[in-house]
Design a protein around this ligand. Sequence first.
Ligand code: ADE
Length: 253
Amino acid sequence: MTVGFPRLGIISALHQEQAGLIDLMHNKSTLTRGMREYTSGRLENTDTVCVLSRIGKVAAAATAATLIEHFDVTHVVFTGVAGATDESVQVGDIVVADALVQHDMNASPLFPRFEIPLLGQSHFASDLSLTEQLLSAAQSFVEQDLGNVLSEQDRMQFRLERPRVHRGLIGSGDEFIHNRDRRELLRRQFPDLLAVEMEGGAVAQVCFEFGVPFAVIRTISDGANEGAPHDFMQFIERVASRYAFAIVRRLCG
Ligand code: ADE
């Protein structure tokens, strides 16, 4: 695949969502800034900077701003896991965001619900080209790599027979959604919401404000319901890094 980004920043919240990528890098150097380790180097054919943001919107925003201001990345990709909020989205599926919203933003009645104060918008569109490259990498991963990177046992346990790749709205908030009623309320507030996580909308806002193209790709770890804490832990330990590793490798190759 041809790549069109001079310097790509790759953010994940947790090490399980990015494991293996740093080992793959050549000419590495690591710098610590604001309690995060930024590793720069060559990943396949792409100049990259990999970093773990930790969890939540503030952590992700600080990390994205540092990547842009200090490490001069020209593009940003966030890769990690998410909870499904749509019936058509199952554990093991991949969601690539076409837009992100911060579902916990509420400065009403001063500003409309969900609108980012003084920006005049609630939704942030991801970069079309980067998003399409991620969709294509994800589709190739599902069709060609899945059988090689996961054991039969893990595929059976997580029912990863034929994962699907979706494109749509992802919602972010400083809240782990693990309750059916909460999930349904979010669905009523955002009828086209496919998945929830805790960082993407913050990275989207920072990238928007700096004029840096960004995209977000998430593998579904749980159904944002009562089983979510257990499902999330299992998925993150056994499956998440395999997806991220293979998809980002395809993107950068
Ligand atoms: N990331 C993965 N699963 C999630 C959930 N259920 N809620 C918020 N963030 C998540």
